[in-house]
Design a protein around this ligand. Structure first.
Ligand code: GTP
Length: 360
């Protein structure tokens, strides 16, 4: 048996306003809370016991996932009194772990969509006898990430957080947010105070001479921390580009959940998801977007690469491109919202009140 810890307690500030009422791992991607995909992938890799490390809006996880049996898992929940950061959260759930001191424990960030071969990460860990093994992926522009250079055997040589100068960018390998820890090492993380696993635990272990092993796996990988990435990830799940056993339906150009109503002449493409009870009006076109449950898209609206929150309304002929509309917001008719615009939960935009001009 392999057991896993899922870190799901972050505030998800970059994803606001989607995370005002809902913690990031519970925002629906391809029709189900994003966390479902991670749990289903962990189960498919042989994980049976998962501890969720919760903090922000902790109370919403258990009512949805219960004891985990619907996913074939045994789920436990541990809530921090104060947010303890990634390392502190791992240490905080240690009493719930069942592995023997030398056995591997998987740890996943709760906001990464990836095709990582989880079994291969565990095998690499065992074969190399590492203390910690990390999934590494390669990115074109590593500046926003933690760089993890390795030697020719894959052993980690340094941790460089968010490098800026060209001299600091010594590799394109980044920390991809999935780890295997030797069980006994988790107890060495200080208890009862915030600890960052990326900034404190990993560099500290390296300085003490611990064996940290990197495994580069360059299959699908996306950090769903921003609205643009979240919408992209959801569409990729629907299109079948990102693998998950939990997509509720066949992969294809669109996913329409059972109680949604879509006008026969509306066009849904590019991995668009229409949630439970949502309504898409006549002649509307929705591309690569997520329309959450109960939202209403009125006739003739054109929506591209955008996310429309629960119960929100998009008025007739309104155009959204790269926009995020918070839960319950109402965007009147004939508006034009582009390029990263975020409309807050419950906000009301009158008819024809916003126009986009490229001359400004
Ligand atoms: P931003 O605020 O937008 O940066 O998002 P975030 O709060 O999720 O932070 P980040 O993306 O750095 O977190 C990485 C992972 O660790 C996510 O899965 C978070 O849910 C989780 N996480 C971050 N801080 C904490 C914490 O204090 N406690 C717990 N339990 N999880 C955390």
């Amino acid at each position: 048996m392999t057991e896993a810890i899922l870190l799901v307690g972050g505030k998800g500030t970059r994803l606001r306003p989607l995370t005002v009422n809902t913690p990031k791992p519970m925002v629906p991607a391809a029709g189900v809370p994003f966390l479902t995909h991670q749990l289903a992938r962990a189960r498919a890799a042989g994980v049976t016991h998962v501890v969720l490390a919760t903090s922000y809006l902790a109370e919403v996880f258990e009512p949805h996932f219960g004891d985990g049996s619907a996913l074939g898992l045994e789920l436990e929940y541990v809530t921090e009194d104060e947010p303890l950061g990634t390392g502190g959260a791992i240490r905080n759930v240690a009493p719930r772990l069942r592995s023997a001191p030398d056995e591997p424990v998987l740890i996943f960030n709760g906001d990464i969509l990836t095709g990582l071969d989880i079994r291969a990460l565990v095998s690499t860990h065992s074969a190399t006898g590492a203390d910690v093994s990390l999934h590494l992926t390669r990115v074109a522009d590593p500046r926003a990430y933690g760089l993890v250079p390795t030697d020719d055997t894959g052993r980690v040589t340094a941790f460089l957080e968010k490098p800026q100068t060209p001299e600091e960018i010594v590799t394109d390998q980044i920390n991809a947010g999935a780890y295997v820890f030797r069980r006994s090492l988790i107890d060495t993380i200080p208890a009862g105070r915030p600890v960052s696993v990326e900034r404190e635990t990993f560099p500290g272990l390296l300085a003490e001479g611990a064996h940290l092993q990197g495994m580069v796996d360059s299959t699908y990988w996306l950090d769903l921390g921003t609205p643009q990435a979240f919408v992209r990830g959801s569409a990729d799940l629907v299109l079948g580009r990102a693998p998950s056993p939990a997509v509720p339906g066949r992969c294809g150009d669109r996913l329409v959940l059972p109680t949604a109503r879509v006008a026969p002449d509306a066009k849904l493409t590019g991995g668009t998801v229409v949630g439970e009870g949502a309504v898409i009006g006549s002649g509307a076109r929705v591309m690569g977007s997520t329309i959450l449950s109960g939202a209403v898209v009125e006739p003739g609206a054109v929506i591209t690469d955008s996310l429309v929150g629960e119960g929100a309304r998009i008025g007739a002929r309104t155009l959204l491109d790269g926009a995020v509309i918070g839960d319950g917001a109402s965007v009147g008719t004939d508006n034009e919202l582009r390029a990263g615009v975020r409309v807050w939960c419950g906000a009301v935009l009158p008819d024809g009140s916003v126009r986009f001009s490229s001359d400004m």
